[in-house]
Design a protein around this ligand. Structure first.
Ligand SMILES: *Cc1c(COP(=O)(O)O)cnc(C)c1O
Length: 350
C-alpha cells in the first residue's frame, strides 16, 4: 500500500525547514522590523519593499474556486518545472532511487533527474502513444519512487487512456505525477478532482499555456495535504515573487477571457488539422488534445530549415523516439497559421 513516510527521503523527513520572518510572525502589526527590508519603501510600488507571502494564500484561495480544489491541496512553484524538481528531490535518494518516464515525453523529468543524480528508467509509449502497462510493471522496482505521466502528452499531443492511468494508480504505490500542462485544450477531464481517491497522485498544471502567462513562471501542483506539506518544506522560502503574485491575482479574475482564447485556439487547431493533411509535404497530422500539433512530414530537417528561412520557427522533434520526421507546431493566431500553411504549400518552390 501507499505509505508516504517510507517514500520520502530520510533527510527530508527529518529536515527542519528554513523559518523566515514571514513564517514566524503572521498577523497585524504596525511596525515591521523583523526581516531587514528597506523600511523607507522602494523605487516601485510601495509594497515591493516587503517579502512576499511564502505560501501565496491569496492566490490559492482564488485558484481553489477556479479548480474546485481546497487551498491546502495546492502548491505553487516557479513554473511547473520547479514542482518537478522539488518532487524528485523530496522522494529520490541520489545514486539509489529511480524514476520512470514514458518517452516520447516532456524533457524536464529526465533533466531534473539527471541534475539530482537520480536514475531514469524509460518505458516507451506504444506506437499509438499510449502506456505500455506490462512494460511498466516490468520496469518498476522497490526503488522506483515516481512515475511521470503527461496527458495531454508533449510532444505527441494526445491524451493517455484514462483506464490505463487508473490501472496504474490502483496498482503502483509510489508517486504518480500527472502532468496536465495542456489540460485546458483537452476533451478529457482533469484528474484534479480525484485527489481523494489517489493519495499517491500529484497533478501538475501551469499558467504558462492556456492562461497565457509563461513569463510569470507560475506552476501548480495538486495533491494530498501530506504531499503538499513535504513540497512546502523544501521549496525556497519566497519562490513566487510579489510581482508575479500581484499579476496572477489579477489574471485569475479573467476566466472568461481565458476560456475565449482556449475556444479560438481549439478552433484554429481544428482548421490546421483539416488543412495540413492536404499539403504535399505532410504525411500525417496526429490527433491533438493540446495547443500544438505533431506533424509527420516528408523531410523534417529540410522543412524545418525552409520554414526558418521564411521566419517561422517550429520544433524539430525528428530525433525523438517514435517521432521520425515529425515537427511539433504550436497553434498560432489565424494570421500566423495562414503564414504557416502558405510556407508549407510552397516550400519546394521558394
Ligand atoms: C510547458 C510544459 C511545462 C512547463 O511549465 P512551466 O510551468 O512553464 O514550467 C510542464 N509540463 C509540460 C508537459 C509542458 O509542456
Amino acid at each position: 500500500m501507499f505509505n508516504l513516510d517510507v517514500l520520502i527521503r530520510p533527510n527530508i523527513k527529518s529536515l527542519v525547514p528554513y523559518s523566515s520572518a514571514r513564517d514566524e510572525f503572521k498577523g497585524d502589526a504596525k511596525v515591521f522590523l523583523d526581516a531587514n527590508e528597506n523600511s523607507l519603501g522602494s523605487p516601485l510600488t510601495k509594497w515591493y519593499n516587503r517579502y512576499p507571502d511564502p505560501l501565496q494564500w491569496a492566490i490559492k484561495e482564488k485558484l481553489s474556486i477556479v479548480k474546485g480544489v481546497a487551498p491546502k491541496n495546492i502548491f505553487l512553484g516557479n513554473g511547473s518545472d520547479e514542482c518537478i524538481d522539488i518532487l524528485i528531490r523530496a522522494f529520490c535518494e541520489p545514486g539509489m532511487d529511480n524514476i520512470v518516464i514514458v518517452p516520447p515525453t516532456y524533457g524536464m523529468y529526465e533533466v531534473s533527474a539527471n541534475i539530482n543524480n537520480v536514475a531514469i528508467r524509460k518505458v516507451p509509449l506504444t506506437t499509438d502513444f499510449q502506456l505500455d502497462l506490462p512494460a511498466l510493471e516490468e520496469a518498476v522496482d522497490e526503488r522506483t519512487k515516481i512515475i511521470f505521466l503527461c496527458s495531454p502528452n508533449n510532444p505527441t499531443a494526445n491524451s493517455l487512456n484514462r483506464e490505463d492511468v487508473e490501472i496504474l494508480l490502483n496498482n503502483y504505490f509510489g508517486i504518480v505525477v500527472m502532468d496536465e500542462a495542456y489540460i485546458n485544450f483537452s476533451r478529457q477531464k482533469s484528474f484534479v478532482l480525484e485527489l481523494e481517491d489517489y493519495p499517491n497522485m500529484v497533478v501538475l498544471q501551469t499558467l504558462s499555456k492556456a492562461w497565457g502567462l509563461a513569463a510569470l513562471r507560475v506552476g501548480m501542483a495538486f495533491a494530498s495535504e501530506a504531499i503538499i506539506g513535504v513540497m512546502n518544506k523544501i521549496k525556497p522560502p519566497y519562490n513566487i515573487n510579489q510581482a508575479s503574485q500581484d499579476l496572477v491575482l489579477k489574471a485569475l479574475d479573467e476566466v472568461d477571457q481565458v476560456n475565449e482564447m482556449i475556444r479560438l485556439l481549439v478552433q484554429e487547431r481544428t482548421r490546421l488539422e483539416n488543412t495540413l493533411p492536404g499539403l504535399n509535404c505532410v504525411l500525417k497530422v496526429y490527433p491533438s488534445d493540446a495547443n500544438f500539433l505533431l506533424v509527420k512530414v516528408i523531410d523534417a530537417k529540410k522543412i524545418y530549415k525552409d520554414l526558418l528561412e521564411k521566419g517561422i520557427v517550429v520544433r524539430d522533434r525528428s530525433n525523438v523516439i517514435l517521432c521520425d520526421d515529425c515537427l511539433r507546431i504550436t497553434v498560432g493566431t489565424e494570421k500566423e497559421n495562414d503564414a504557416l500553411i502558405q510556407a508549407l504549400k510552397y516550400h519546394n518552390n521558394p
